[in-house]
Each structure stands twice: as structure tokens, then as C-alpha cells.
Design a protein around this ligand. Structure first.
Ligand code: GAL
Length: 618
């Protein structure tokens, strides 16, 4: 250990810093509009500007919907031999330039003059998603094999300079189809239409995905963005659909990151996308948000004749700090759709400055209760009926971490009506309904804030997951574009075993030595959590190996650091041992770190540990 000349560096050593990326600017979930869910790739300047103008005219822009993002369909070819990208100018008249290459600068200037921000789309591979999967879509790139290579691969610096420098876009979404689909076995590759690349992402199998290579490419984009935009005034949106273990590294690379395949406008698919973020509350932070994909509010099973479904989709995305990106042709928006998208109470929940993703306070396949602790200490509450039948639900003060012997005040966010209860209240839910409340009462933990009430301030820098595993907890409905072809919709998205608020990494209630903890952080052994300390004086917790651990003999030692200084630690403890109380002075420290060190190296998946009732106190 200390003083030993040849000791290997300790992977769990405190860093005394917050390791979420500081590149790019997304202190709150980005809000705006994107062309994909509205028009697919059949886009043109008129359609994009009309929706932009509608955002301004309807007041949605003033409510925060500022990004206007062009998705797939804007490119014509990559000019040879200099590799400059060429815009499909017949669709974008203002982009026409004398040299024929085209420029989006007039369009982004126009959007900026309207008080909006502009977003653009690319792919990390050589080819686009349309080229890979949907050749019948409008506006596919044209020309020779090389000319049709419109993706970033091999051109990262050049393209970032053009798109984010010369053209001055403010957001770039970088898709990953080009490193996933262009396998040597793909008929499109075999026929010579496209060059083979990788695949670096094997969508079905994490172990066949080259995670470091994928991360490395996205890191190169991050580096190019930093060079091109030294003012740091941009958003880098990762679109890897939860593959390549992006959950574990997105927060060091980008400002928002897709957690699942594309949403489609039906209930089952919405559930799937919801589930891909619902248990990742500790992986969303200011400047790096979980992205369960864009809103489909207004379309299909979320149109205004499906009021409950549309409301639920919107409310849940708001609660989970999803980027609120509208996907509707705004020329056709009706007043009731505008009212839902512009619901100020929901937007306020999403844009609350504390930046806490909602935490599951009650979980089942039928009803879920999400609670989001807001900057003023009050709670946003969603009581969600996943099913097509009416159900009764009980909301308790305990679920809100409020005292059971004092009144709890609710404001119904749909109706504006106040209500009051003590202890618990019974609620009736219509099929697919989400009841939304803002709740205030007396805090159960009066001395400070539980860590599980401030997930935005807790970063599992090392979560103990050594080998990424697919998450089996996600609803897996039929994929409309695949139907029942193949062998089924299998667990794919990495994330199983990640750290959780108020649950073990595998979704169990927290329990140490027979004692249940309704508040706490669950993680695996050999983990290091970073906690941002907003002026609290003391860190308190009762720790132990969780009763759900498979190993009865493996030992764990817990240690707390304040700005890198050790301020409290336990001896070695094992499953079944009573919880050990720690109370550590953290006054003045900016970063508190929680290290749980196992006595074995390698896989710790059998060893959940619990920071029970962990709290920062005044
Ligand atoms: C998908 C992506 C969608 C959309 C589409 C364009 O990979 O997830 O959001 O961008 O490509 O082809």
C-alpha cells in the first residue's frame, strides 16, 4: 500500500473531482423539435422553417423549445476528391451557393435570428441509417460508392468544422448505423453498394461489440467539437440506442444519449423506451442526460383522441428528464396538442434546476410511482397505470419521503386542484392514465437530503459492473418494423447491475442484516460514487453488504472521502452483518466519494452493497 514502491495504481482511489463531461452545454434537458418523427427523411427547407416559425408563433419557443433539428435526409453526396459534404440543395433553396457545394449558413442564421438554435445529424460510420436499413426512404445520398459515404468515419475533423463551424449548427446528433449494419455479410456490402466496416456494434450481443473502439470514435467527435467550438456552446447528442455499453461512458463523452431503439407511436413501444431509462436515475446529470428518444405526442396512439396516452407519454418524459424534442408537423398542431406540449407545470418539472431524474418509489408491471425531488424541496409525482384496465393505487407519504404523521399537500397538475392527506391516499387510475402531482409536506429526514433524493448529484464513476450485461427489466413488445420475424425481442440494452437509488442493482429492496432501508444507494462492490456536495456539513449512512448478495463469505470495506481525504471507514464486513453507522464531516468539501472495496478482484456481480439511508446533512 502506501510507501510500497511497486504497488499498482489503485483503481478505486478517490479523484476529488466530478467526472461528468464539462464539454458542451446542456445544464438542463435540451428542448426543441426534430424532423424525423414528423417527416421521416422526406424533409425540405419549407417544412423545417414552418415548424420553426410555429414554435415561435405558438409561444412554445418562449417556453423552452428552442432547438430545431434536421435529421436524416439533408445530404446529397460527399464531393470527390476533397471530401466536402454536399447538401441536397433542391430541397434547401437557401443553401445554394455559386460553387455548387451549398451552405446551411443562411438557414442557421435565419433560425438564430428567430431566437432558435439549429441542430444537424450525422453518423459515426461511413454510411447513414437510411442507406443501411431503408433504401426506399426519400432523399438517399447519390453517386459513386465513395460519394455516398456521407458519414463521419475518416472525416471527423473536416465534417465537424463544416457543420458546427462554417455552418454554425448548435447541436449534432451522431447516429451509429454505419458501424452496425455494414457487415461483410450484408447483401448491400456484398453487392458493392457500400464498403464493409466492422461491425463495431453487434446490436444483439454486447460481448461481440468492440466497446472501446465505439467509444473511441465518439471521443474523437467530442475532441473535434472542442477544437471547433472553443466557446463550448453546443450539444453533442449520442445515438447508439443503448448499445456498446454506452450507459457506462456516455456521461464522459456527450450531453444526451439514446437508451433504446427508436420509439414508434404506439403504447407498447413507449413502454419499452420508458423502461430503458426508468432505472437509470443515477446515470443522468446536468450536461449528460438519458434520452429515451423523441416525443411522439400528437401521432398514432398519442394523438389527441388518445388523451390519456398522450398525457402519459408527455408527463413521463418530463419526469425522467428526457430531452423534450417534439416530432410533429407543427403546421397541423391543434390547440389541445399545443396545450399539452406547452403544459407549463410539466415543463417546469423537466427543467427544474436541481436536475434530478425521477426515482421509482413503487414498481410493478401494473402501476409505477415516480418521484422527482425538485430544487425547492417539493416533489413531482407521477402515478402511472401501464395497463389497459382501470386500477386503484395507494400513494403514501413514505413513498414521498415525507412524514406519515403530518399532512401532505398535493396539487393535481392536470386539473390544478389541491388535495391533502395524512399517511396515505387512495387514487383511481383510468386505463393508461398518469396522475400528476406536486407534493409538499414535512420531510422524513429533516436534517438534510437523502442521496436518493438527489440522483443528479450522485455519479457512479465506477459502478462495479465489470462485464456489461443486458437488462432484463425492459418491456419488450413487438417491433413494428420487424414484426415476429427472427426469434424474438431479446434483452439487449447493457445496464444490468448498475447503481440505483432506493434499490439494489438488481431491483430488490435495500436490506442489510435483516433491516430494510427505504432510502439509500445500491451498488456493487468495487465501486466508487462521486457525490456533489452543495454546502452540506456531514455525510451520514448505515452501510453493509446487501442481504441479496449471493456470496455469504466475500467481504467489503466502506470508505468515505471528502475532496480526496479519508473521513470515515469501516472494517471488513460480510453478508448478514448488522449495518455499520458512519458519520463523516464534509464541510467545505465539493466532492464526497463513496468507495466500497471488495476483498476479491474481478467480477463483483454477486455482491450488491448498500449505502443505507445515505444523506447529506446541514
Ligand atoms: C435512427 C435513429 C433515429 C433517426 C433515424 C434516421 O438510427 O435512431 O432517431 O435519426 O436513424 O435514419
Amino acid at each position: 500500500m502506501a510507501g510500497h514502491a511497486h504497488a499498482a495504481p489503485d483503481p478505486l482511489a478517490p479523484h476529488a473531482s466530478w467526472s461528468v463531461t464539462t464539454r458542451g452545454t446542456a445544464p438542463l434537458p435540451p428542448m426543441g423539435w426534430n424532423s424525423w418523427n414528423a417527416f421521416n427523411s422526406d424533409i425540405d427547407e419549407e417544412r423545417i422553417l414552418a415548424s420553426a416559425q410555429a414554435l415561435v408563433n405558438t409561444g412554445l419557443a418562449a417556453k423552452g423549445y428552442r432547438y430545431v433539428d434536421i435529421d436524416d435526409g439533408w445530404w446529397l453526396r460527399r464531393r470527390q476528391p476533397d471530401g466536402r459534404l454536399v447538401i441536397r440543395a433542391e430541397r434547401f433553396p437557401s443553401a445554394v451557393t455559386a460553387d455548387g457545394a451549398g451552405s446551411f449558413r443562411p438557414l442557421t442564421d435565419k433560425l438564430h435570428a428567430m431566437g432558435l438554435k439549429a441542430g444537424i445529424y450525422s453518423d459515426i460510420g461511413r454510411n447513414s441509417c437510411g442507406q443501411a436499413y431503408t433504401a426506399n426512404f426519400a432523399n438517399q445520398p447519390e453517386g459513386s460508392q465513395l460519394e455516398r459515404e456521407v458519414g463521419l468515419y475518416g472525416h471527423i475533423d473536416q465534417d465537424i468544422r463544416l457543420l458546427m463551424g462554417d455552418w454554425n449548427f448548435d447541436l449534432i446528433k451522431v447516429d451509429g448505423c454505419g458501424i452496425r449494419a455494414m457487415t461483410p455479410a450484408n447483401p448491400l456490402v456484398k453487392s458493392g453498394a457500400y464498403r464493409a466496416l466492422g461491425p463495431l456494434v453487434d446490436y444483439d450481443t454486447l460481448s461481440r461489440t468492440d466497446i472501446p473502439a465505439v467509444r473511441g470514435l465518439y471521443q474523437e467527435v467530442s475532441d473535434a467539437l472542442a477544437r471547433t467550438r472553443p466557446a463550448n456552446d453546443y450539444v453533442f447528442s449520442l445515438c447508439l440506442w443503448g448499445s456498446a455499453d454506452v450507459r457506462s461512458w456516455a456521461r464522459q463523452v456527450g450531453n444526451m444519449s439514446r437508451t433504446s431503439e427508436d420509439i414508434s407511436p404506439n403504447w407498447e413501444r413507449m413502454l419499452h423506451n420508458l423502461d430503458s431509462v426508468a432505472r437509470r436515475e443515477l446515470y443522468a446529470h446536468a450536461n449528460s442526460w438519458n434520452d429515451p428518444d423523441m416525443l411522439y405526442v400528437g401521432t398514432g396512439e398519442f394523438d389527441m383522441s388518445h388523451r390519456e396516452e398522450a398525457r402519459s407519454h408527455m408527463a413521463l418524459w418530463a419526469m425522467l428528464n428526457a430531452p423534450l424534442i417534439i416530432g410533429f408537423d407543427m403546421r397541423k398542431a391543434t390547440p389541445d396538442l399545443l396545450a399539452l406540449l406547452g403544459n407549463t407545470a410539466l415543463i417546469a418539472l423537466n427543467q427544474d434546476p436541481a436536475g434530478n431524474q425521477a426515482v421509482l418509489a413503487w414498481d410493478s408491471d401494473t402501476v409505477q410511482i415516480f418521484v422527482k425531488t425538485l430544487a425547492d424541496g417539493s416533489k413531482g409525482v407521477a402515478v402511472f397505470n401501464r395497463t389497459g384496465s382501470a386500477v386503484d393505487a395507494t400513494l403514501t407519504a413514505e413513498q414521498l419521503k415525507l412524514r406519515t404523521d403530518a399532512p401532505v399537500d398535493l396539487v393535481d397538475l392536470w386539473e390544478g386542484k389541491p388535495a391533502r392527506f395524512t399517511g396515505e391516499t387512495r387514487l383511481g387510475l383510468a386505463p393508461h392514465q398518469t396522475l400528476m402531482f406536486r407534493a409538499t409536506g414535512q420531510r422524513e429526514h429533516a436534517g438534510g437530503l437523502y442521496l436518493s433524493e438527489q440522483p443528479g448529484a450522485v455519479n457512479p464513476a465506477i459502478d462495479g459492473v465489470e462485464t456489461p450485461m443486458a437488462d432484463p427489466m425492459i418491456h419488450r413488445g413487438l417491433l413494428p418494423w420487424k414484426n415476429t420475424k427472427g426469434s424474438g425481442e431479446r434483452p439487449i440494452y447493457g445496464g444490468w447491475g448498475g447503481a440505483r437509488a432506493d434499490a439494489t442493482p438488481y431491483g430488490q429492496a435495500l436490506r442489510i442484516g435483516g433491516e430494510t432501508f427505504t432510502s439509500g444507494i445500491g451498488t456493487l462492490a468495487n465501486s466508487r460514487l462521486e457525490v456533489r456536495n452543495a454546502g452540506f456539513a456531514r455525510f451520514v449512512t448505515r452501510v453493509g453488504v446487501d442481504d441479496s448478495a449471493l456470496s455469504a463469505t466475500a467481504k467489503v470495506r466502506f470508505e468515505v472521502f471528502a475532496d480526496g481525504r479519508s473521513v470515515a471507514r469501516t472494517g471488513w464486513i460480510k453478508r448478514g452483518d448488522a449495518p455499520i453507522a458512519l458519520s463523516a464531516p464534509v464541510q467545505g468539501a465539493r466532492i464526497v466519494e463513496l468507495v466500497a472495496r471488495g476483498d476479491r478482484t474481478g467480477l463483483q456481480n454477486d455482491l450488491p452493497v448498500t449505502w443505507g439511508a445515505a444523506a447529506l446533512d446541514r
